[in-house]
Design a protein around this ligand. Structure first.
Ligand SMILES: Cc1cc2nc3c(=O)[nH]c(=O)nc-3n(C[C@H](O)[C@H](O)[C@H](O)COP(=O)(O)O)c2cc1C
Length: 200
């Protein structure tokens, strides 16, 4: 039985291409693993708070010394991290917003990137602590970034891969609905992205 974590980050709902692409990835995974269990983490609901002094302090204060407020913040972060730890398969919907990920997703990583939980440092350098997981990235964009002159503008897919790679998740597949603003490409961009989905 596979545990799937489905992370949603587009602030758009009905017209969201990354949601449609991510849902198609989820459907295909469920076809392959019919008894899988899905946990949805919609980052556009109950927004992850932007990091302030109090949040960072709570992460670095030993459990026995935390104030009740710090304890609440820490438990919230640990809850997000435990969803990642429990997942065998992670689907992350990562639409392109101003050359990067939506602010909701960036804020999420501030709460999941924690030494001793998702990574650790030793004399050998950093080591990811999330092992044996598969990541599927459902990417959508107005322009084209997989090839051509705007490849270097993509601070989305390489960034998400780097964050998860740092966590130890290196088995990654990327599916793209791209060119959604380019006449002549946009008409079939989502369909092409959906057709490219292969669950390995
Ligand atoms: C606020 C905003 C910023 C955007 N920034 C970019 C961008 O930098 N590059 C790009 O190719 N497309 C950009 N787009 C287009 C989106 O990537 C495209 O609409 C994509 O479908 C968004 O995913 P979604 O439909 O799941 O929200 C932007 C769209 C919006 C609304």
């Amino acid at each position: 039985m596979k545990q799937i974590l489905h992370i949603i980050s587009s602030p758009r709902i009905e017209v969201s291409a990354s949601r449609k692409l991510g849902n198609s990835v989820l459907e295909k995974i469920q076809e392959k693993y019919p008894d899988s269990v899905v946990k949805e983490r919609d980052l556009t609901k109950n927004l992850v708070p932007l990091l302030e002094d109090v949040h960072i302090n709570s992460f670095f204060t030993p459990a026995e010394s935390r104030s009740p407020e710090q304890e609440t913040i820490n438990q919230y972060s640990e809850g997000l991290i435990s969803e990642l730890q429990e997942a065998d398969i992670i689907i992350i919907e990562s639409p392109m917003y101003n050359f990067s990920v939506p602010a909701t997703l960036r804020a999420y990583f501030d709460y999941t990137s924690r030494a001793g939980y998702t990574f650790q440092y030793s004399e050998k350098g950093p080591e990811g602590l999330l092992k044996n997981k598969k990541l599927y990235i459902a990417f959508s964009s107005g322009n084209i970034y997989s090839e051509g002159p705007y490849q270097a503008y993509d601070s989305n897919v390489p960034y998400v891969k780097n964050v998860f790679g740092f966590y130890g998740v290196t088995d990654v597949s990327v599916f793209r609905a791209e060119g959604l603003s380019i006449p002549g490409v946009m008409e079939n961009a989502l369909e092409k992205g959906i057709e490219s989905i292969v669950i390995d």
